[in-house]
Design a protein around this ligand. Structure first.
Ligand code: GN1
Ligand code: MG
Length: 355
């Protein structure tokens, strides 16, 4: 676990940022969570009040905080537990530091997050929690200020990988990335067209570490920067590629657990019988395969570009090595999902009611 540090000169949050939140001006700060994009810290005031501070990744605009505040207010009105945006003492939604980096604060929610599911009962809880989240946001009618274009645009991700291969011919990992990429480019055209699936308000990043549990029950979703309109088979495909992969993201060999998949699907359907439609359910397994391929592509591109995903410097010499391993893992998962496709689609039909 990361060690704690006090708010001295070594404090990772600039004093000018903390000063804008009166209760936390003299707080203790320590690294928190497992996100790969934003930097996250747990902040504790001398009086024992706690909040989560995040430094946003530069690829997210500060406008994301307007959406975050509106979405979390809607969730609270529906009786859902959620972290909420904390405004500064002078009522701003975020703070820009002297280097132009954006910081924001969120309320702290007590609960447990992990990097894998432990059993079918927990997978059922996970499915039900996300179904309740989707149902609660189904009548969220404000338009999103921050829109991420092309998130699941496979052609775009493949082009990024192709460009990375061309831009770094002498990279130490080029041969390894290129080997998988060849098979990946061959497999991509076999994926279906998802454009007929409707857009729904989705979380956008349902990997397991973004779900919080409490006493074994699904408690709340965190990491709400990516909430926006999305196609449901991509949303749930992203969830299931993470939830049903017991090996996690840091191994080269990963497999999809049919048992966890079945429990998650059943849990979702039980908690939200209103949607999705049977057409969307029918696209779920191919949505799952698509996200595995998309992530393979994103991780492999970053194995060469070494610019985006965070990495563990205690286990890997550089960002490239960690991302190559992640890419290999998602590629193994893609192949396993494709092998199990018939079995998984039969389970979806068995467990879901027709809408
Ligand atoms: C990133 O935000 P974070 O670290 O939970 C990424 C997701 C990937 C995930 C893989 C905004 O998630 O798309 O699925 O890593 N988020 C963004 O671990 O790129
Ligand atoms: Mg995220």
């Amino acid at each position: 676990m990361p060690s704690s540090s006090s708010s001295s000169s070594s404090c990772p949050i600039p004093a000018s940022v903390l000063a804008r939140y009166a209760a936390f001006a003299a707080a203790r700060v320590r690294p928190f969570g497992a996100g790969l994009i934003n930097q996250t810290f747990l902040v504790e005031s001398p009086q024992g009040a706690r909040a989560v501070f995040q430094r946003q990744h530069p690829s997210f605009s500060s406008a994301v905080n307007t959406d975050l505040e509106a979405v979390t207010e809607h969730l609270v009105a529906k009786g859902m537990t959620t972290p909420r945006l904390l405004r500064t003492t002078d009522d701003a939604r975020f703070v820009e530091d002297s280097d132009g980096r954006i910081w924001r604060a969120l309320t702290f929610v007590q609960g447990e997050c992990g990097d894998r599911l432990t059993c079918a009962a927990q997978a059922r809880e996970a499915g039900a929690l996300v179904a309740r989240f989707h149902a609660a946001l189904s009548d969220f009618s404000l338009s999103f200020v921050h829109v991420r274009e092309g998130v699941h645009d496979m052609a775009r991700h493949l082009a990024t990988l192709q460009r990375a291969l061309e831009a770094h011919p002498h990279h130490r990992l080029h041969a390894a990335v290129s080997r998988i990429s060849e098979s990946l480019f061959e497999a991509a055209p076999s994926l279906p067209d998802f454009s007929a699936a409707p857009l729904r308000v989705c979380h956008g990043d349902l990997k397991i570490s973004n779900l919080m549990f409490r006493d074994g029950a699904g408690h709340c979703l965190i990491d709400l920067d990516t909430v926006g309109l999305q196609r449901w088979p991509f949303e749930m495909g992203d969830a299931l590629r993470s939830w049903c992969n017991g090996a996690g993201e840091d191994v080269s060999e990963a497999m999809l657990s049919v048992e966890l998949f079945e429990a998650a699907v059943a849990g979702y359907d039980e908690a939200n019988p209103r949607f999705p439609t049977s057409e969307e359910w029918a696209l779920l397994v191919e949505g799952l395969a698509t996200i595995c391929l998309e992530l393979t592509s994103r991780f492999l591109a970053d194995a060469l570009n070494e610019a985006y995903f965070g990495f563990d410097s205690t286990r890997f010499p550089a960002r490239g090595e960690h991302n190559l391993l992640r890419g290999q893992g998602q590629w193994a998962l893609f192949r396993d999902v494709r092998n199990k496709r018939g079995e998984l689609e039969a389970l979806v039909r068995r467990h879901t009611r027709k809408v």
